[in-house]
Design a protein around this ligand. Structure first.
Ligand code: ADP
Ligand code: SF4
Length: 698
């Protein structure tokens, strides 16, 4: 692959590459990959190992695991993280530490005791917390904690020491005790919301911090002077451990931990999406804390710009640039800055599709980086790709995210690539959607790829080139990807209505395609019917309110934009709708559209009612724009004579899905050019649990 020549670092960025001491160890630079989940965890340990190894290759100074559950009395099933319950867990964790340290990074392990956040659905142990209270999980499991007595606390302290000793044996350099995001017992004791104890562990801040002091001190004693021991804390918990008290806590224990890793508040707040939060959005909460402690401070903020990172260091706000999502979107971010290749950074777009992999317990994927979590499963390196195979030419039709990524990756392999786009500008749906309220960062999917393609002499882009099947056959490229996208349906069909609904032609009916093309309802009351459930419905409601329309959002779901639960945005979406004055009707479906309004059916009882309106926007399903693909298939008999070897539909033209699915499909197309046809089994390596030896049939 044509690897970019080393151009040399911009001296303004030198400060990011200074070594920083963390207790007894030293990080080689200020790039700190904070712990992040990946949906693989203990089920896919080798996939996680390889993903972390590539962060090391990419130049990160400190690399962390995801949260590692330290004891069976606290686990967060159904979420899949890592476990360190006994010595048998050591080999996988040791392999991970070795991978992290390969290129001189420090290997970090985040030890978690979930307390109030662990329902123990797998181990069936009784959960323990500061007091008797319902478990606080995403799924509101009907389980409560037992209030820990002194024996329980003694046990908890011993389990922490044991976990630290195991972490040391596994080869880690840095231990971080998890006390952030509402997910760690340290925070549960610190917070006056989850700790209402009357003994020496409750009440004053000094008392609530007792467990924190004991655990940090004892972990340090356990591992001696060989490892750094610090804590990950939330900067603000509304109504609980608020920012002022966090500062008091830091001042009171300024030298106790070897470092402070400070995250926002809840996970939703800390992993804010670009729709709601800009780069560096934590600054007001973390500014000034560094003056309270001599220990290094780590903070996050979806940093992708080296200048913004430098500003955080120079202005004395942070010592380490913490990053989870920017390190997922571009594992080579530090190296690219180091080598003066900042224009090649694949910037995170802040969509949280990666988070959805954890929330759905599947495996994480990234909109910008299609190789994420495929590093081991498919052997996909984020920066390197095999040279081209036997064929030479590739035609990609459509320059949306699928087509752009197919052209970029095929170009990197050295194929002669032509990318034909019907419109005047590249980007397809990301260009259209990036103009909608809050989605400007989506444009980075296009910008990164257009820039990369622009550097390649072997990729030609043809704008204003709408191709037909005849053109494709005439051109005779050996490999063809049809990436012509999708269109939104206009007939009401999605999940609730599986058949088209009656629509009176006297009513003005719009689809997202109309609104994105600038065709909005002219005035009055609009019913937006959302049976898509991802971001589009809420975003278009915002667009219409900004245009002076009165909007009622109707959905058969119980929540607005319900799937955004998986991207941690749902509460903020619904709050924004309420703040904007959008009328919300949940658990109702539009089942007919008349001349003066719509008919709604209750999603539970089917009971019908009418709702008057002046226009209807249907955010329902999309259909592949696959006319070209179908025509090419009809003419399959002509392919060989025209020199076509492989013709496929990719991305939305194959099956509509989020943008991440499109970039993945484009990347896969390019990787599989000239590959042997896949067999019937899985298209990736899969790890299997080892059977317990010698217990056949029992
Ligand atoms: P995806 O998400 O799968 O990449 P998009 O809808 O974002 O799909 O992009 C599809 C792109 O294909 C659009 O930019 C569209 O203009 C382009 N396109 C559609 N049909 C043709 C065609 N026949 N020839 C060239 N480009 C096309
Ligand atoms: Fe960023 Fe989205 Fe990739 Fe997550 S999935 S790292 S938020 S681009």
């Amino acid at each position: 692959m044509p690897t970019a020549a080393r151009r040399g670092r911009d001296p303004r960025h030198d400060i990011l590459f200074e070594p920083v001491r963390i207790g007894p160890v030293t990080a080689k630079n200020r790039f700190y990959q904070v712990p992040h989940c990946n949906g693989g965890g203990y089920r896919d340990p080798s996939a996680v190992v390889e993903m972390r190894r590539l962060k090391a290759e990419g130049g990160w100074g400190v690399i962390f695991t995801e949260q590692v559950e330290m004891h069976p009395t606290s686990e967060i099933t159904p979420f899949i993280e890592l476990r360190l319950w006994e010595d048998r867990d050591l080999p996988a964790l040791a392999r991970m530490a070795a991978a992290m340290k390969g290129d001189g990074a420090l290997a970090g392990i985040e030890l978690a005791y979930g307390g109030v956040n662990g329902s123990n659905l797998y181990t069936r142990e009784v959960p323990r917390g500061p007091m008797s209270a319902p478990i606080l999980t995403f799924f509101k499991d009907p389980v409560s904690t037992r209030a820990m007595d002194r024996t329980d606390i003694r046990d908890l302290r011993r389990w922490h020491r044991d976990a630290c000793l195991r972490a040391r044996r596994a080869g880690y350099d840095v231990i971080e005790l998890y006390g952030a995001h509402g997910f760690g017992v340290i925070q549960h004791f610190l917070s006056p919301l989850t700790n209402q104890r009357g003994d020496e562990y409750g009440g004053s801040l000094a008392n609530r911090a007792r467990l924190f002091r004991e655990l940090l001190g004892e972990c340090r004693d356990a591992v001696g002077d060989t490892m750094a021991v610090g804590v990950r804390l939330s900067l603000h918990e509304a109504g609980g451990l608020e920012n002022a008290e966090v500062r008091e806590l830091v001042a009171m224990h300024a030298e106790l931990p070897d470092f402070w890793d400070l995250g926002h508040g809840s996970w939703e707040a800390c992993s804010g999406t670009s729709r709601f939060d800009d780069e560096g959005f934590q600054e007001s909460l973390v500014r000034g804390i560094r003056d309270l402690t001599p220990r290094p401070v780590v903070g996050v903020g979806r940093f992708t710009s080296p200048d913004a990172m430098v500003a955080q260091i120079r202005r004395g706000i942070l010592d380490f640039i913490g990053a989870a999502r920017p390190s997922i979107a571009d594992p080579f971010l530090p190296r690219k800055i180091d080598e003066g290749r900042t224009d090649e950074i694949r910037e995170c777009i802040g969509c949280n599709i990666c988070v959805s992999g954890d929330m759905t317990m599947s495996i994480s994927r990234c909109t910008q980086n299609p190789t994420f979590m495929e590093e081991w499963r498919k052997g996909w390196h984020p920066e390197r790709i095999a040279p081209r195979g036997a064929s030479r030419t590739v035609l990609v039709i459509g320059a949306g995210p699928a087509g752009l990524e197919a052209a970029r990756a095929a170009g990197l392999r050295g194929y002669e690539v032509a990318l034909a786009e019907a419109g005047d500008e590249p980007g397809g749906r990301v260009t259209r959607e990036a103009r909608l309220p809050g989605l400007a960062a989506w444009g980075r999917v296009r910008d990164y790829r257009v820039h990369a393609i622009g550097q390649m002499a072997n990729v030609a882009v043809y704008r204003g080139s709408e191709l037909g099947a005849g053109d494709v056959l005439d051109f005779g490229f050996e490999n063809v990807a049809v990436a012509t996208g999708s269109t939104w349906r206009r007939d009401g069909v999605a999940r609730f209505n599986l058949l088209p609904i009656p629509i009176d032609t006297a009513m003005a009916v719009f689809t997202p395609d109309d609104l994105m093309a600038g065709r909005l309802p002219p005035s009055g009351h609009v019913v937006l019917y959302d049976d898509d459930h991802y971001y589009m419905g809420g975003v278009l409601a915002e667009l219409m309110v900004a245009s002076g329309l009165r909007v009622t959002l109707v959905t058969p779901a119980n929540l607005v934009s319900e799937w955004t639960l998986n991207t941690l945005e749902q509460r903020r979406v619904q709050a924004r709708m309420i703040a904007l004055g959008v009328a919300i009707v949940t658990a109702q479906a539009v089942t007919a559209i008349g001349a003066g309004g719509v008919t709604l059916a209750c999603a539970f009882t089917g009971r019908a009612r009418d709702l008057a309106c002046d226009a209807v926007v249907l955010v329902t399903a999309r259909l592949p724009a696959d006319g070209l693909w179908q025509e090419l298939r009809r003419r399959e008999g002509d392919w060989a004579a025209a020199g076509l070897r492989r013709v496929v539909a990719i991305g939305d033209a194959d099956a509509p899905a989020p943008i991440a699915w499109a970039t993945y499909a484009g990347h896969r197309f390019a990787r599989e050019l000239d590959a042997e046809p896949a067999g019937d089994g899985p298209a990736f390596r899969r790890e299997l649990a080892e059977l317990w030896p010698g217990e056949e049939g029992r």
